[in-house]
Structure formats: structure tokens, C-alpha cells
Design a protein around this ligand. Structure first.
Ligand SMILES: [Zn+2]
Ligand SMILES: [Zn+2]
Length: 131
């Protein structure tokens, strides 16, 4: 635990983990999140700038929530975030489907290789994790 200035109100507080915000500002941020969520639910397809204006928050903050997969852009939205791997536009999270799938495949590949190295082919093609 260390003493830190709140990023928002500059008050000193005991920093543990996560956002550099004091407990009061953290609560306010949660309230803001609820407000934004409600607004998007009531106004599907609203522009991110409009949402930021109407809810008195920032586009940056909204994008952060989208990265954290707490919010998502509509499927037909013309704005979104860039995939952190290939830069393609996405509506939620950090990677596009291709990159997320590619990462998964790469991991599966490693897993298969691992099994082969150990000389334990899976029976019937079905795999399970060995304890
Ligand atoms: Zn604060
Ligand atoms: Zn991608």
C-alpha cells in the first residue's frame, strides 16, 4: 500500500491496486458507468461523442470501458476501437475475431505439439486436459 494523489481530485489516498482514484472518485466513476450504460440502452446507435457529451464524460473513458469489455459498440457502428494486433476496427475488447482466433489457434498448436512431444496422442480426436 502506498500514499498517492487521486488522478481526479488530487486528494491523498491509500493506493492498493487498479485505477489511481480515491474511493470517492471510484464510486463516482461507477455511477458514471451506470449512467452511460443506461444512456446507450435507451439510445442504441448513439454516437460516442454524443454519449460522452450527454453523460458528461470523455470519449477516452468510454473507449476504456469498451477495451475492458464492459461496454460495446453496436454491430453496425461506424466507430469502434482498433485491434491491438492488426489495427482492424472492432466493437469490443482488445482483438478482432481473426486475431483472437489466431491467438487461440497458436495456443492449441502449442498444446498439440506438447502432446506429441510427450508421445501421448489423443484417442478418438477428443482432447482433455491432463491433470
Ligand atoms: Zn478522488
Ligand atoms: Zn486483428
Amino acid at each position: 500500500m502506498e500514499l498517492m494523489n487521486c488522478r481526479n481530485c488530487k486528494r491523498l489516498f491509500n493506493y492498493v491496486t487498479g485505477e489511481k482514484l480515491c474511493p470517492q472518485c471510484k464510486d463516482l466513476l461507477e455511477e458514471k458507468f451506470e449512467e452511460v450504460k443506461e444512456y446507450i440502452r435507451d439510445n442504441p446507435g448513439a454516437n460516442i461523442n454524443t454519449v460522452a457529451d450527454e453523460c458528461e464524460t470523455t470519449v477516452k473513458q468510454i473507449k476504456k470501458w469498451v477495451r475492458e469489455a464492459r461496454l460495446t459498440f453496436a454491430d453496425d457502428s461506424l466507430v469502434g476501437l482498433e485491434c491491438e494486433r492488426c489495427g482492424k476496427m472492432i466493437h469490443c475488447g482488445r482483438f478482432c475475431k481473426d486475431c483472437a482466433g489466431g491467438l487461440e489457434e497458436a495456443m492449441n498448436g502449442m498444446f498439440r505439439q506438447d502432446i506429441q512431444l510427450k508421445g501421448k496422442p489423443s484417442s478418438g480426436g477428443k482432447m482433455r486436459f491432463l491433470e
